[in-house]
Design a protein around this ligand. Structure first.
Ligand SMILES: Nc1nc2c(c(=O)[nH]1)N[C@H]1C(S)=C(S)[C@@H](COP(=O)(O)OP(=O)(O)OC[C@H]3O[C@@H](n4cnc5c(=O)[nH]c(N)nc54)[C@H](O)[C@@H]3O)O[C@H]1N2
Ligand SMILES: Nc1nc2c(c(=O)[nH]1)N[C@H]1C(S)=C(S)[C@@H](COP(=O)(O)OP(=O)(O)OC[C@H]3O[C@@H](n4cnc5c(=O)[nH]c(N)nc54)[C@H](O)[C@@H]3O)O[C@H]1N2
Ligand code: SF4
Ligand SMILES: [Mo]
Length: 918
């Protein structure tokens, strides 16, 4: 706000709201401040026990994602605006008709770990208690279903034993299948701080890739993909062989040890053999085994590299086995720890959101069905588990599901074999999608679209990875007619004739019922017990402080650790070893490379939120494939060029990143880019749909693909003040830029075959020059497919189109800054076609998003003597806010401390370009 405005507009008091970040399962508390109706930059909640004030870069950019651009504002039926009443009635009528004609199993819901517990509870209750089928599954099937299954096999219940503090109390931290530096950044920061405080702490990272997380590692085991069960089974055999066992614990509190050990022994004959199977050095393996054997305080932290596998449940149990064998569970600093991804993945498990769960940690046994039926007074309680996600969409494809309601997830991107899912939806009579955004891939395939209120507009609770329940509190009105999910679902329940059972006026009412169900006939028999949180007043619910379940008479303030009492939830109270016979994934035909998929630091899933924040677009601005130099050389793929990744299921066009962080024969592709943001980057179209036989979780990290160079005739970029839709060329990827978070500019990377001039002409037609009396500056050299066209409207930059036969113009910083000028100077106008002023500093790709520090600035500071990330922070401030970029700073330090700065050659020097005004 300018000084003049400050004197004329009196500042109102700042309004504060405490809420929870809607991204990852760390579950950080966020402080929201509003003044004069404006949202101020968000801050970490210093009192929240998950983050103690820290936020990562995604959390810090939350206020940049709340614009109403692209929001779904009204219910739509076949593309036409409708009223809520019409939409609700249509849905209820269809559900009734389908039940009547085909039975309840022809109805299905597909939910998400991004629904709040209250939303999730009513969806599950409607489906499993009142519609009468258990065909309610969720994207958590793709996320941690295997962890749930292995916990249940071992403990008799889906119980997360430990807590975040264990990460700080451990002397050995094993991270396997987790890139926490990017996916759980605040926990990673806590690990970094813990290691600093305890220099004897050892960190082992197990991941086929060298990731940012390896920055913290004393040892990185770049194992063969899918081989974790060999590693942990061999570890069990080793612990037995070397007598590093907790015999007392095994004897008193477990069963099945003998057969688990025997199976392990049979599999693992020698360290050398195992190292061969894992494709790592035997000495590294031995080092890990020694550390594990010698360190009572060990935490094994695992995520999707373990879960997203056709043998993920066994992998989870192989990990739990070594903790049981050493009695390392239920103790400070000692636990197996499956970390959840979504903000409310845990809440989904609590309400029974998976098709094989009923509710409140109860399943489908006769006694549990009877109990839930009585509590809900349910007329049609589901009799058996429903279809798991992959099976569910296959049933949709076979035409067996006539009504499908997708809530808060984007399966046309995230499901394996995603084009097959797209095809499946065509076989369903009515597809309903509830989403906040209008233009997702899945929304495009729906008959009815329901506008959902988004983060900041809705109220409820979420549970994080350490069982901590926190409030999400609304602080903004929903736009248009968007409504919270719980309201939408209960309206449908009312229209189906269940008004009494769904008579809630506020999420607090739903939470109360959920808490009471957890306590109903529990008496300590079930881990999940919120009796201490039932019967709260609305004010108490609103003021509810973060608390770890259970909350009951025994643990009125919540429970930090389970199994500290050595009591498990199996029939005899003992934990179970599972005999694991490891298997390697078998690549299906489809290509000679293995595609691994996962996350990048600054994007969230299908980018419906993070895609709106200019700050988050800078870290990685295009979909890409990491490829080992040998694999690239073999196929003639160059760094920075375009590459086609394909198999019989589909084909992607991505930017090639040549990197020896990859093993040979394996590539990595981020999961985030969709048809909204790129021409062909929906990686789910290539992924394999084979699933774990026990959990039903698909193998998302291991799909056979091919790679070949894609050589366009020309390439370039377009910057535009306005969204110009889908460019008409072979390759494009887009993102936002600029400071105006409500109206950000759009940047498009483009490449095509044929005549670039035609592309440029067609694009110009879409830009608003005539109506707004714009002025074009152009430079053309058709022989080189070289075109630079700049549109100025009212002396402001409106659009920039640069293409060339082999464009290598990397620095757009100055051009994007020109969009912010209220009036271009003549000097700036002259420099526009050059793309930079004569004396422009080129900061390189942005590494620190918080302070906008580029790679070249960092390299220069390193050359000037900065020899640590702290020193860089002092010199440039990079890494001193959210800290998410510290691993990358360290990588730059490692590769540039010797001063080997390589500046990319500027293909276009400004001398070569002269501005031509038309
Ligand atoms: N920035 C960001 N953070 C997120 C999310 C996001 O979209 N963006 N999503 C959230 C969600 S829902 C989830 S589930 C979590 C996921 O969090 P993570 O599981 O940490 O993330 P991923 O990148 O999916 O995969 C982790 C690692 O598994 C490795 N991996 C692949 N195959 C194997 C294998 O066979 N063995 C081992 N040991 N490792 C393997 C991959 O190389 C990858 O580095 O992240 C959460 N946090
Ligand atoms: N190959 C491969 N595939 C994967 C993975 C992988 O690592 N590799 N990871 C898997 C994992 S772990 C996960 S969790 C999934 C994630 O995949 P998805 O769940 O499909 O991805 P999101 O982008 O989170 O989709 C959430 C949708 O809900 C909308 N939304 C946000 N808030 C709300 C709300 O309050 N109400 C409603 N109704 N809608 C809302 C968003 O706009 C968005 O469209 O992807 C899985 N797929
Ligand atoms: S670590 Fe980042 S994304 Fe995850 S909850 Fe915290 S602020 Fe949000
Ligand atoms: Mo996830």
């Amino acid at each position: 706000m300018s000084a003049i405005e400050q004197t004329t507009t009196p500042l109102t008091a700042i309004q504060q709201t405490q809420t929870t970040c809607p991204y990852c399962g760390v579950g950080c508390g966020v402080d929201i401040s509003q003044q004069n109706g404006q949202l101020l930059p968000v801050a970490g909640d210093s009192r929240h026990p998950s983050n103690f004030g820290r936020l990562c870069v995604k959390g810090s950019a939350l206020h940049e994602t709340i614009s109403h651009n692209g929001r779904l504002l009204y219910p739509l039926m076949n593309g036409q605006r409708s009223s809520w009443t019409q939409a609700i009635n249509l849905i209820a009528d269809k559900i009734q008709q389908v039940i009547h004609t085909h039975g309840p199993d022809a109805v299905a819901f597909y939910g998400s770990g991004q629904l709040l517990t209250e939303d999730y509870y009513v969806a599950n209750k409607l489906m499993k208690g009142f519609i009468g089928s258990a065909n309610m599954d969720t994207n958590s099937r793709l996320c941690m279903a295997s962890s749930v299954a292995s916990y249940k096999r071992a403990f008799g219940s889906d119980t997360v034993p430990g807590c975040y503090e264990d990460l700080e109390q451990a002397d050995l931290l094993v991270l396997t299948g987790s890139n926490a530096a990017w996916a759980h950044p605040v926990l990673y920061q806590r690990m970094v701080a813990a290691k600093k405080a305890n220099p004897d702490m050892k960190v082992v990272v197990i991941d086929p890739r060298r990731t940012a997380t390896c920055d913290l590692a004393d040892l990185h085991l770049a194992i063969r993909p899918g081989s974790d069960a060999f590693l942990f089974t061999a570890l069990l055999a080793y612990l037995g062989e070397t007598n590093n066992l907790d015999h007392n614990f095994i004897a008193l509190h477990t069963e099945g040890f003998g057969s688990a050990l025997e199976t392990a022994r049979q599999q693992c004959r020698s360290l050398k053999d195992v190292a061969g199977q894992l494709d790592i050095e035997a000495s590294d393996l031995a080092q890990f085994f020694h550390w594990f054997a010698d360190t009572p305080r060990t935490v094994t932290f695992y995520s999707q590299g373990i879960n997203q596998s056709a043998t993920g449940t066994d992998k989870g149990n192989a990990i739990i086995n070594v903790h049981l064998a050493t009695g390392r569970i239920g103790k400070p600093g000692a636990t197996p720890f499956s970390i959840t991804g979504q903000p409310n993945a845990m809440g989904g498990r609590e309400v029974g959101g998976l098709a094989n769960q009923l509710a409140a940690h109860m399943d489908f046994s006769a006694a549990e069905r009877d109990r839930v039926r009585r509590f809900w007074q349910a007329p049609n309680l589901a009799e058996r588990p429903g279809l798991k996600a992959v099976d569910l969409f296959q049933a949709v494809k076979r035409g067996e599901i006539k009504f499908l309601w997708i809530m808060s997830t984007n399966p046309l991107v995230s499901m394996p074999d995603a084009d097959d899912v797209k095809e499946a939806l065509k076989h369903c009579e009515l597809v309903v999608v509830s989403d906040c955004m209008a233009d997702t891939d899945t929304a495009a395939a729906a008959h009815v679209l329901l506008p959902a209120a988004s983060w900041g507009e809705k109220n409820g609770t979420v549970t994080n990875s350490e069982r901590r329940i926190s409030r999400q509190r609304g602080f903004l009105p929903p736009p248009g007619e968007a409504m919270p999910d719980w309201w939408i679902i209960t309206q449908v329940a009312h229209a189906l004739g269940h008004a009494d059972a769904f008579n809630y006026s506020h999420p607090a009412d739903i939470f109360d019922e959920h808490a009471r169900l957890s306590a109903f006939e529990n008496n300590g028999s079930r881990d999940f017990d919120l009796s201490g949180l039932s019967a709260m007043s609305r004010a108490q619910y609103d003021a509810m402080a973060p608390v770890q379940w259970p909350v009951n008479a025994q643990y009125p303030q919540g429970r930090q650790r389970f199994f500290d009492d050595r009591r498990f939830y199996t029939d005899n109270g003992k934990a179970r070893f599972i005999a694991v016979a490891p298997e390697l994934p078998v690549p299906r035909t489809g290509g000679d490379l293995i595609m691994n998929t996962g996350r990048v630091r600054d994007h969230w899933h299908t980018m419906t939120r993070t895609g709106k924040a200019p700050r988050l677009a800078q870290h990685i601005s295009e979909p890409y494939a990491d490829i080992h130099p040998q694999d690239a050389a073999l196929r003639g793929i160059e760094d920075g060029s375009l590459v086609r990744i394909f198999n019989p299921r589909g084909s992607l066009l991505l930017r090639a990143h040549i990197s020896d962080n990859q093993r040979t024969g394996e590539i990595f592709v981020p999961m985030h880019w969709t048809s909204r943001y790129a021409s062909a980057a929906r990686m789910g179209t290539l992924t394999d749909s084979s699933v774990d036989a026990i959990s039903g979780q698909p193998e998302l990290k291991f799909s056979a693909v091919n790679a070949e160079p894609f050589r366009p005739g020309w390439q370039g970029f377009v910057l535009s003040r306005h969204d110009i839709g889908t460019p008409d060329c072979a390759y494009w990827a887009c993102g936002v830029f600029g400071d105006d978070i409500h109206n950000p500019g759009m940047v498009y990377e483009v490449a095509g075959q044929g005549d670039a001039g035609q592309f440029v002409d067609a694009l110009r037609q879409r830009l608003p020059d005539q109506a707004l009396k714009g002025q074009w500056l152009t430079l053309s050299d058709p022989a080189q497919q070289h075109y630079r066209h700049v549109l100025i409207v009212n002396n402001q930059l409106e659009a920039v189109i640069f293409v060339h036969k082999d464009l290598q113009f990397s620095n757009r910083q100055w051009l994007t800054e020109c969009f912010a000028q209220s009036e271009l100077s003549s000097q700036q106008r002259r420099a526009l076609l050059a793309g930079q002023p004569a004396d422009a500093p080129d900061h390189g790709a942005i590494v620190c998003s918080c302070f906008q520090i580029g790679e070249k600035q960092i390299i220069q500071a390193i050359n000037n003597g900065c020899d640590s990330s702290d020193a860089l922070g002092k010199a440039l401030r990079c890494g001193t806010n959210c800290g998410s970029c510290i691993p990358e700073l360290k990588t730059l330090l490692a590769s540039h401390s010797a001063g080997s700065d390589t500046q990319p050659a500027a293909l276009f020097s400004d001398a070569a370009c002269t501005a031509v005004e038309l």
